[in-house]
Design a protein around this ligand. Structure first.
Ligand code: HEC
Length: 466
């Protein structure tokens, strides 16, 4: 009852706040250019209202979650939250990475010599969507800052915020299932969450210190030390979290550094540049350079982060015994691919970067390939034996009626209630329960190596139902 009252109340507040945002638009349209004070007050109030709007939505979800806890609707709610936030995350992420690729491309491809006015760094002609575009980049700032100046920042902020929400929805709310693997480290879910969040903050502090040190002037040494720190994180994550949890935290770490670069360095530098230009002062070109460098770091992080985001579809990567090496090697290979593309845009051809990057990625494919079965399967395995194993280790989740509290429906629709179903999925069982050992999830049902060997022999012997 209390839940219903609270829910209705929050809903009314939500409607009210939505109406206010519309009336603000109308009020603002009435402002003239000289109402600077009014415009700034209205800006602050708008910020306040949007924040309240977000808080109300979060409040609604919390009430809903509490009301549905323990019912079959709880996993359903989580699934839809997951779906909606995930869609937002990839949409903002595409906008952000798209802009990152585009502006680094611009920077690389500017015509800096032919017919370039003195105040310009360069220009570029382009054709897209049936129109011709002509862009100019200034060396520092134009003499007069235009009234309408587009800033690229919300893509980054919202990508990070939705990503952080995803961490909670997928990993932190179900930390015991998705984040902790007792065979890797027997830590409590709360400790795992605190380590996860703390590590993101620590990574940013270390990276930022590194950028502010004199090492930044020595790109090679900077990259080597940066890579060593990243390796430390990859190793640590792989030895404290489940395979998937480790990978996603490595991606979240890079993503956090990227978003923090925008929030703490790039945007403040740009604000200072605009302020200086407006005050008629000379804009310190170092500020732009510093922001540009962070932006370039972000550009190199994009492909590794994208890989991590899709990695949970690829158990041979996160399920590998040396998953942290897989992660690091793929990151280097993918950053190498990005480096090749950047050089290509600058018309500096380097023959070796792409083949070497490709070789690294292929090397990982080779390294993660299935190992030969060293256990001799000298005795014929009966289906009854296999069935017992599956029924005790897998069926709590993979059934038409799962009993695990996190799953109201079988994950990915994989069901092992009957012999025919088990036989049908034999290749996937081999992949997940034998080769990568990424199932049972976090080994929640305590499957033993001997049981995995039996499954392997049964499949190797033709997976017969007798
Ligand atoms: C605690 C719940 C849980 C248990 C127990 C469990 N699984 Fe899973 N399984 C999942 C989840 C969640 C997914 C989807 C996420 C993923 O693919 O990692 C999944 C996915 C899979 C997939 C991938 C399906 C696809 O579409 O690619 C296979 C195969 C699989 N499980 C096999 C098994 C086997 C075999 C066992 C028993 C040895 C088992 N699982 C035990 C939760 C579980």
């Amino acid at each position: 009852m209390l839940n219903i009252i609270l829910f209705t109340l929050l809903l009314i507040i939500l409607v009210f706040l939505t109406v206010i945002t519309y009336s603000f638009r109308n009020v603002e349209e009435g402002f003239s250019e000289n109402d600077e004070h009014k415009i700034s007050v209205s800006g602050i109030s708008q910020g306040f209202i949007y924040t309240s709007l977000v808080c109300t939505i979060i409040g609604l979800l919390v009430v809903l979650y509490i009301a549905l806890q323990g019912t079959p609707y709880e996993p359903h709610l989580m699934e839809w939250l997951n779906l909606i936030v995930r869609l937002m995350h990839i949409t903002f992420g595409i906008a952000w990475i798209g802009a990152s690729f585009y502006f680094v491309f611009l920077e690389n491809s500017l015509n800096r010599t032919d017919n370039v006015r003195d105040e310009l760094a360069g220009n570029l002609w382009a054709i897209h969507g049936g129109g011709f575009y002509y862009l100019e980049k200034y060396k520092t700032a134009p003499k007069e800052i235009p009234k309408e100046l587009h800033w690229f920042k919300y893509e980054a902020y919202f990508t990070w915020l939705t990503g952080f929400c995803m961490l909670f929805i997928v990993y932190y709310f179900n930390a015991a299932t998705f984040l902790v693997d007792k065979n890797i480290a027997d830590i409590s879910p709360l400790v795992a969450v605190v380590i996860g969040i703390g590590s993101l903050v620590l990574a940013w502090i270390l990276y930022d210190l590194l950028c502010k040190s004199s090492l930044i002037k020595k790109p090679l040494l900077f990259s080597i030390i940066g890579f060593a720190i990243a390796s430390g994180f990859a190793y640590f994550y792989a030895h404290i979290f489940s395979g998937r949890g480790a990978f996603i935290h490595f991606g979240a770490m890079l993503g956090t550094i990227m978003a923090a670069n925008v929030f703490f360095v790039i945007i403040p530098s740009q604000k200072a540049m605009v302020k200086a230009a407006k005050a008629g002062k000379i804009v310190d070109p170092r500020m732009g350079k510093n922001a540009g460098l962070r932006s370039l770091h972000n550009n190199y992080f994009t492909l590794p982060v994208l890989f991590v985001m899709i990695s949970n579809h690829f158990p041979s990567t996160f399920g590998n015994q040396y998953s942290w090496i897989v992660l690091l090697a793929l990151s280097v290979g993918l950053a190498g691919v990005k480096h090749y593309l950047n050089l290509q845009e600058k018309k500096q051809l380097n023959v070796w970067i792409l083949p070497v990057s490709a070789l690294i990625i292929l090397g990982v494919a080779f390294m993660t390939s299935p190992q030969k079965n060293t256990n001799a399967c000298d005795k014929e395995i009966s289906f009854a034996e296999v069935n017992t194993i599956i029924q005790t280790r897998c069926i709590v989740c993979h059934s038409a009626h799962p009993t695990d509290k996190n799953f109201s429906v079988a994950p990915n629709g994989v069901i092992y209630d009957t012999g025919a179903e088990i036989q049908k999925y034999k290749d996937k069982i081999m992949q997940r329960a034998v080769l990568t050992q990424s199932m049972p999830l976090g080994n929640k049902t305590n499957m033993t190596q001997a049981e995995r060997d039996i499954l392997r022999c049964w499949i190797d012997q033709g997976a017969q139902l007798k």
